[in-house]
Design a protein around this ligand. Structure first.
Ligand code: A2P
Length: 324
């Protein structure tokens, strides 16, 4: 198994710096993919109820545990409190318990509030829409009240760490001013075209670890946009000339350069791939180092382009806590 590198969290625990991202991997794909991910050495897996793959992941994990090839304590599993209705304070514990049942686990290593916004759902859990097709948001979200419930989950041993995702500096600060347990991790979209230096600096000074999602630019978002009728040109990070040149310099792939650049900044990363060759490639980025001037060249590409801007959920921008 390949070497693990870790980030130390503010609660004394450690998180493998590279995780296996599972967003937009279907239930069918997940079976093979998570199996493959564990084989190539991923020990950190990132999921969420809204990815609809927790049950499939649970089945794979259970098989690995029963084979004796892996112990629960070898793994770092992250899941998230979903935005559709479930993040009402009284539903927080119930929602995590449902994830744990699906994952067939007694605890997760990290539980994140998936987004600072909430939406209205029907009895089957599907988003409710207005006649014009836009999503009905629930503007009453109380992030501090939800955080109090998140803290309770740690006390009950249902999760080792708690954190947030897609939050702004102001929202994180509100939590920090009103918490007993500080968020251990902020998970955000992060790549060469969306570097958010102020947010990163804020987390650094507050000792909150950052995890980068969509580090390769999440090409799959194009499909979600099309489904929602949103026309939007997305950048192809793997085709950026500077990235290609640096990759050639090191005889590495463009993806490896994009991931190495993030990890070298002390940021955790959760690339998604369902292709075993690419999974292996994405994890093996510790046998080369980007030079200071190469890091600078990549830093200078920041263009404030957000790929996952939730445009595939029309109407959510009306929520008072909409973060983007
Ligand atoms: P695939 O699953 O077929 O490998 P992100 O992690 O930014 O969301 O990006 C995921 C997208 O990038 C998926 O479309 C995935 O496709 C693709 N991808 C993942 N790893 C690599 C890689 N090493 N090289 C090229 N494309 C990759």
């Amino acid at each position: 198994m390949s070497e693990q590198k870790y980030l130390n969290l503010n609660n004394g625990l450690r998180m493998p710096i590279i995780g296996y991202g599972t967003w937009m991997a279907s239930e069918e794909e997940i079976n093979t993919a998570v199996n493959e991910a564990l084989k190539v050495g991923y020990r950190h897996i990132d999921t969420a109820p809204v990815y609809l793959n927790e049950k499939a992941i649970g089945n794979v994990l259970t098989k690995w545990f029963s084979s004796g090839k892996i112990k629960r304590s070898d793994l770092f599993i992250t899941t998230k409190l979903p935005p559709p209705g479930a993040d009402r304070p009284d539903l927080v514990e119930l929602t995590l318990r449902k994830s744990l049942a699906d994952l067939q686990l007694d605890y997760v290593d990290l539980y994140l509030i998936h987004t600072p916004i909430t939406v209205v759902v029907d009895e089957k859990g599907a988003f409710k829409h207005y006649e014009d097709g836009t999503i009905i948001v629930d503007p009453s979200t109380d992030l501090v009240a939800i955080w109090k419930e998140m803290e309770g989950l740690v006390a009950k041993g249902l999760t080792k760490s708690i954190g947030i995702s897609n939050f702004t500096i102001k929202q994180i600060d509100r939590i920090l001013q009103n918490c007993t347990i500080k968020p251990a991790v902020l998970q955000i979209e992060y790549h060469i075209y969306l570097q958010q230096p102020e947010l990163i600096e804020f987390c650094k000074s507050a000792n909150i670890a950052v995890t980068a999602y969509s580090p390769l630019g999440s090409k799959g978002v194009g499909t979600l946009n099309k489904r929602a009728g949103v026309e939007r040109e997305l950048p192809d990070l793997l085709e950026v000339p500077v990235v290609k040149e640096i990759a050639q310099n090191h005889s590495k792939s463009e993806a490896q350069v994009l991931l190495r650049w993030i990890v070298q900044k002390g940021i955790s990363v959760i690339p998604k791939s369902t292709n075993p060759k690419r999974m292996y490639e994405n994890k093996n980025i510790f046998d080369f180092k980007l030079r200071a001037e190469e890091m600078e060249q990549l830093n200078s590409l920041d263009a404030n382009i957000r790929v996952v801007n939730f445009s595939f959920f029309p109407g959510v921008e009306k929520h008072p806590e909409f973060p983007f």
